[in-house]
Design a protein around this ligand. Structure first.
Ligand SMILES: [Fe+2]
Ligand SMILES: [Fe+2]
Length: 206
């Protein structure tokens, strides 16, 4: 995508989300964009695509929950567990559908990063990780325990930061007595397992 095309997309998206997001959500979105572009430059993703994915990531957040659920039910099979038990994650899946309907020529990595920005998933792409982490550490987030550690870790090592945020989110959701989405549990399993190095076989002392 050349710069002019990127700008056309960006302007159109800003107008679209400007009409569907509350002011605070819009400002959060701009913070996520700024962070996602920085992370993309640092870790080797396309900064323009990171910018567009970030601008689109919460596009469905201020739709009615019933509407979010209806979009999810129409577009995803049952195995995705998109029900009111997981009300907070519906906007991500519905948002991926809405973004794809409107900007169908953008690459798939944009839509997947919108889709999985709240749950995570096993084998996340670089863009998935960037949007997931940028959503959590964007500069407009009011300070809370763990935020500065998350920021530090993400900029040092994206995978370490991702696992930290995922674990933090898991504890937060489970701590409130809410159900944790199966995709998040799968993702946690996956990233914990790949993080633990295999024990090297050694003959020393034997
Ligand atoms: Fe979100
Ligand atoms: Fe967000």
């Amino acid at each position: 995508m050349d710069y002019q095309e990127y700008l056309r997309y960006r302007n159109d998206i800003l107008e679209w989300i400007g009409g569907r997001l509350k002011k605070s959500r819009y400002q959060h979105t701009l913070g996520v964009e700024q962070t996602a572009v920085t992370l993309a430059r640092k870790f080797g993703a396309d900064p323009n695509l990171a910018s567009l994915a970030a601008l689109l990531h919460d596009n469905a957040k201020n739709l009615d929950l019933e509407q979010q659920l209806a979009i999810c039910k129409k577009s995803f099979p049952k195995k995705y567990n998109l029900t009111m038990d997981y009300a907070n994650i519906l906007h991500a899946f519905a948002g991926a559908v809405e973004a794809r309907n409107r900007y169908s020529l953008l690459p798939e990595e944009v839509f997947s990063s919108i889709c999985y920005h709240t749950t995570g998933r096993p084998e996340m792409t670089l863009m998935d990780k960037i949007i997931y982490c940028a959503d959590f550490i964007e500069p407009g987030r009011p300070s809370f325990e763990g935020l500065s550690e998350a920021r530090k870790l993400v900029y040092e090592n994206l995978d370490e930061g991702l696992l930290y945020i995922m674990t933090h989110t898991f504890r937060f959701v489970a701590g409130k007595g809410k159900k944790v989405h199966p995709l998040t549990l799968e993702a946690l399993d996956y990233y914990h397992v790949i993080k633990i190095p295999l024990k090297k076989k050694t003959n020393k002392g034997q």
